[in-house]
Design a protein around this ligand. Structure first.
Ligand code: NAD
Ligand code: ZN
Ligand code: ZN
Length: 364
């Protein structure tokens, strides 16, 4: 089959690799119908995630169709359409038993495109399938559910729920990339009175308004702290959600909140940040961090099914899987291309068996 293979910092290729095979009785093999690219894949390509070894297939978000079952799999079938999430759950370790799948110590957690081969490929091996994939209701399209694989539960759990957003709150979301926009979208499920989006890019701020922000602030052009204080009668916001991952924006969040307020950090930080405890200790603040657990995925799926959540506006660009290299260029140049998420579609295949599918794909 073909897949997008990381070849070391700055290098990747769409190349022929061996078809995945069942290795454990709890595995399944899926044909990838739709996949996408995450900002984290760009971090990996920069060499920021050394745990990813050259030769690893990238990607941790997909919708696929099961083509083969491990011998212990009884609740899934060949032909089932499933969401393959960025987080895998062994279902047995103490963290998984408590719903903290992101912290799985039994071989799960964030493994796709990180510790094992990922999902930007024609086929993939899915470990611990029964406790990790989600069957997709027939009436929902791939694009309606694909973003449940990462950005929606990440934004909702690590931003909105950790930040304890309550009805009537005023919140600030710093960073209006896919994660910040997903935070705005899912924060609305908890009825805040006002959502303030802050970013340096006016294009992203325009999208923030589309996704449900009430006020936008370009912190490159104006003093975001002064403006937020003005908007909150000098009080500050109840929750500030950090969705960038640089020291300035974390520090900005700590300055935007009211006494008793909360900073929910979602951004992945690559360097140390100063925590001004000398100013914060007296203000009863709470600061949370997190890797997504995906325990809210079934609930978010229900909201999509009920028509109360629509993630399709994230899909700004569409490619075939074998155009993944071009899709990376478009995604990486988001300031120019205005890309939010790119959808990579698997080519139609005659048969669902990996060996039979390869010539059909290569022939197009
Ligand atoms: N915690 C988790 O589990 C988890 C999961 C996925 C992604 N992330 C992280 O979330 C963060 C956001 O992801 P994304 O895909 O939306 O990234 P992105 O790069 O697409 O978006 C970041 C946004 O921040 C803006 N920005 C940059 N510097 C800024 C500044 N100084 N002030 C205000 N805005 C600024 C950019 O203009 C951009 O719109 C990243 O750090 C990513 O790695 C975390
Ligand atoms: Zn991701
Ligand atoms: Zn586990």
């Amino acid at each position: 089959m073909k897949a997008l293979v990381y070849q070391g910092p700055g290098q990747k290729a769409w190349e022929t690799v061996p078809d995945p095979v069942i290795q454990e009785p709890t595995d399944v093999i899926v044909r990838i119908d739709s996949s996408t690219i995450c900002g984290t894949d760009l971090h990996i390509l920069k060499g920021d995630v050394p745990a990813v070894k050259p030769g690893t297939i990238l990607g941790h978000e997909a919708v696929g169709t099961i083509t083969e079952l491990g011998s212990a799999v009884t609740t899934l079938d060949v032909g089932d359409r499933v969401l393959v999430s960025c987080i895998t759950s062994c279902g047995r370790c103490s963290y998984c038993r408590e719903g903290h799948y992101g912290q799985c110590t039994g071989g799960g957690g964030w493994i796709f495109g990180h510790l094992i081969d990922g999902l930007q490929a024609e086929f993939a091996r899915i470990p611990f399938a029964e406790t990790s994939v989600y069957k997709i209701p027939e009436e929902l399209t791939d694009e309606q559910v694909l973003f449940l694989a990462d950005i929606l539960p990440t934004a909702y759990e690590v931003g909105v729920l950790n930040g304890k957003v309550e009805p009537g709150d005023t919140i600030a979301v710093v960073g209006a990339g896919p994660i910040g926009l997903a935070t705005i979208m899912t924060a609305r499920l908890r009825s805040p009175a006002k959502i303030i989006a802050i970013d340096l890019d006016d294009g992203r701020l325009a999208r923030a308004l589309d996704f449900g922000a009430d006020v936008v602030i370009n912190n490159g052009a104006e003093d975001a702290i002064a403006r937020v204080l003005e908007l909150t009668n000098g009080r500050g916001v109840d929750t500030a959600i950090e969705a960038v991952g640089v020291p300035e924006t974390f520090e900005l969040c700590t300055e935007l909140i009211c006494a008793g307020g909360r900073v929910a950090n979602v951004g992945v930080h690559g360097c140390s940040v100063t925590l001004h405890l000398e100013k914060l200790w007296i203000r009863n603040v709470a600061i949370t961090t997190g890797l997504v657990d995906t325990f809210t995925t079934p609930r978010l799926l229900q909201l999509i099914e009920a028509g109360r959540l629509d993630a399709t506006p994230f899909a700004t660009h569409r490619f075939q899987l074998d155009e993944t290299m071009e899709a990376y260029d478009v995604f990486a140049d988001a300031a120019k291309t205005q890309a939010l998420k790119v959808v990579l579609s698997g080519l139609p295949v005659e048969s669902v068996s990996p060996t039979a599918a390869t010539p059909a794909v290569a022939g197009v």
